[in-house]
Ligand binder design. Structure first.
Ligand code: F6P
Length: 319
């Protein structure tokens, strides 16, 4: 392994920069040359590749976003695009590629491995929707961002005796809503993994109001129901004025939490070591305190398991 390149792909996630730094410095310490690919697979198609040194990754460990830039590439999803990407990597003398991203990014790394490029994938997405790993890099920070917002929304909701629906990200995965709901003390959590019953929510609001509660926080995962319609229905049934906050991309920014920075440092370094050990199409994951490697082909097939007991606990604590 003489030259390793890296790219960040898909939605950015806090901790990506800490991971970039870890990959670069681990490889450089082993005497391996390092190249950065700008704007994900799309930049790779254009040959947007530059040489990195120790200083290229200075002062980025706590920086949000990704210094490499990210993108979603339509061209790369096709076999011709992947063959083109492989040829570009070869023409730059790149033997190994580390991809930081979610499910689609991992699959891209697997495709390139079949074309003769050694690849490793590091799970970076705020959604935590990769079932093979306990946590993805960026998830904890996103949850903390939501919890901070819930605290602020509770202040103003209590002042006006209102309910608030906070819509959070997660695509098809309710983990951000679930854990932010737990840690932020939300009264209701609505996730794609569970059917929801508006009456259960309105009953809870009415019960709370009767015992003098002046706020009601509903954390709603994106893609489950329409928040403005939901807000109107709640007002009609309960008489409680309801406001909507769509947190959106604020959840993707900011400095990584300690948990995400730590995961990024360890997983990035492990990805380099996996390539040095001769592994390819390998996904890096975490389980408890352990970091492990798994073939990407297996990793992307592990279904994400929603934590039912945390869901029940959240509901019980809020009642
Ligand atoms: O994959 C992370 C994610 O933040 C999802 O939760 C969300 O649906 C999506 O990305 C939005 O991404 P973008 O606006 O960048 O297309």
């Amino acid at each position: 392994m003489r030259t390793i390149a890296m790219l960040t792909s898909g939605g950015d996630a806090p901790g990506m920069n800490a991971c970039i730094r870890s990959i670069a410095r681990t490889a450089l310490n082993k005497g391996i040359r390092v190249k950065g690919i700008r704007f994900g697979y799309e930049g790779l198609m254009r040959g947007d590749i530059y040489e990195m040194n120790v200083s290229s990754v200075a002062d980025i460990i706590q920086k949000g976003g990704t210094i490499l830039g990210s993108a979603r590439s339509e061209e790369f999803t096709k076999p011709e695009g992947q063959a083109k990407a492989r040829n570009i990597l070869k023409s730059f003398g790149i033997d190994g590629l580390i991809v930081m991203g979610g499910d689609g990014s991992m699959k891209g790394a697997e495709a390139l491995s079949k074309l003769g490029i050694m690849t490793a994938g590091v799970p970076c997405t705020i959604d935590n929707d990769l079932g093979y790993t306990d946590f993805t890099i960026g998830f904890h920070t996103a949850v903390e961002t939501v919890i901070e917002s819930i605290g602020k929304l509770r202040d103003t909701s209590a002042s006006h005796a209102r309910a608030v629906i906070v819509q959070v990200m997660g695509r098809h995965c309710g983990d951000i809503a679930l854990y932010a709901g737990l840690g932020g003390g939300a009264e209701s959590v609505i996730v794609p993994e569970h059917d929801f019953d508006i009456q259960m929510i309105t009953d809870r609001i009415i019960r709370g109001k009767l015992r003098g509660k002046r706020h009601h926080i509903i954390v709603l995962a994106e893609g489950v129901g329409e928040p403005y319609e939901m807000g109107k229905t709640i007002k009609e049934i309960t008489g409680v004025d309801t406001r909507i906050t769509i947190l959106g991309h604020v959840q993707r920014g900011g400095s990584p939490s300690f948990t995400d920075a730590k995961l990024a440092c360890i997983m990035g370094s492990e990805a380099v070591q996996a390539l040095v050990d001769g592994e390819t199409a390998v996904a890096i994951g975490s389980h408890g305190q352990d970091i492990f490697r798994m073939p990407i082909s297996e990793a992307v097939r592990v279904p994400h398991v929603f934590n039912e007991s945390v869901y029940e606990l959240t509901g019980m604590l809020s009642s």
